[in-house]
Write a protein that binds this ligand. Structure first.
Ligand code: AHM
Ligand code: MG
Length: 333
């Protein structure tokens, strides 16, 4: 197999599509390098004394794990000094993180969920990093939270890493989706899955069924119809998977199709769903659409939503196009 490194791929994409200027390439490479460092820490587990809770909560009121905080620091440190960013924002930080004055500033904004799937950290199940890249608005002086509040359609790049049996990095810059596998001996990212496409049809769905008593009628109907199997209205049997790490569930769907759901439900109407728009739903929606799939909040394309605040939550239905269209249409009946 001829090995194509992440760097070579990014340089060639720039030549082909003119979509990855040098600063953006640097940004992606720095994020990828930080993911390598996180992967190493995750892989050490108990031996690195990195498991368990830190004695703190994040802005969402969730208890932070030691690795949540470590991963956040690794991403901040890696991305501060390169001159490619104006500011960063993270699930683990209440406010934005401007680039310190001692470093030059660039034109990009980086958002991330440093370690997604926190409940899986201590039990050796796949977890990952999700990131989203926006351009800072023209003429922006000191970066503010408002600068980040752009619809997902404005993303110039998005990606995620999965720390699982293999460490992989999935990336889009708006010209399809490619996957790189970390060669752990060489320490390099190697292109292993080119132009990934999600099958339009599927027989697999992912949802946390323990919340079913809170679901709204369109979601209940959609799931009930699938559970009814061959003799029900769908006329076929469905299979269910739930890893509780969005990165791992989305990665499965990117490889073999499926539909992933974290709906809003009858609890806390001011908090639609669990997942966050800016650094979970938007980057995943960008990737899924670039792979031929679809992503909505049940009523609207996720990438069209105008964010109102940095840590805003959103309902998520994403994956195989025909299933996302079906469950979305049920919301209008
Ligand atoms: P996190 O960012 O705090 O890890 O939360 C997000 C995760 C997603 O990765 C996953 O899909 C979901 O939460 C799992 O939720 P649940 O605990 O309801 O299974
Ligand atoms: Mg998360």
């Amino acid at each position: 197999m001829k090995r194509i490194s992440l760097t070579q791929h990014l340089v060639e994409e720039q030549r082909l599509h003119n979509s990855i200027p040098a600063e953006l390439r640097l940004l992606i490479e720095v994020v990828a390098r930080a993911c390598k460092t996180i992967s190493h820490a995750v892989g050490k587990g108990a031996l690195g004394e990195v498991l368990g809770s830190a004695e703190s909560e994040n802005v969402q009121g969730e208890v932070q794990k030691k690795l949540d905080i470590l991963s956040n620091e690794m991403l901040l440190e890696a991305n501060e000094w390169g001159g490619h960013l104006a500011a960063m924002a993270s699930e683990e930080m209440e406010t934005i993180h401007p680039i310190p004055n001692r470093y030059p500033k660039g034109e990009y904004l980086l958002l991330f969920d440093p370690l997604d799937g926190s409940s899986n950290i201590d039990v050796n199940v796949s977890i990952g990093t999700i990131f989203s890249v926006l351009k800072a608005p023209e003429g922006m002086g000191e970066p503010t939270e408002e600068a980040f509040l752009q619809p997902g359609a404005k993303q110039v790049a998005a990606g995620y890493a999965v720390y699982g049996p293999q460490t992989v990095l999935v990336l889009t810059t708006g010209a399809g989706v490619n996957c790189f596998t970390l060669d752990r001996e060489m320490g390099s990212w190697v292109l292993t899955h080119r132009d990934m496409k999600i099958p339009a049809e599927t027989k697999e769905f992912a949802i946390n069924a323990s919340n079913s008593r809170h679901w709204h009628p369109p979601v209940k109907r959609y799931i009930d119809e699938m559970l009814a199997g061959e003799t029900g209205p769908r006329g076929k049997n469905f299979n269910m998977r739930w890893i509780a790490s969005m990165v791992a569930d989305v990665h499965r769907i990117l490889n073999r199709g499926g539909v992933f759901m974290y709906p809003a439900d009858a609890r806390e109407p001011e908090k639609p769903g669990k997942l966050r728009l800016m650094y979970e739903a938007n980057p995943m929606a960008f990737i899924v659409e670039q792979a031929g799939g679809a992503a909505t909040n049940g009523r609207q394309r996720i990438l069209d939503i105008q964010p109102k605040k940095l840590h805003e939550r959103v309902a998520v239905f994403l994956g195989s196009r025909s299933e996302v269209e079906r469950v979305t249409s049920y919301h209008f009946e």
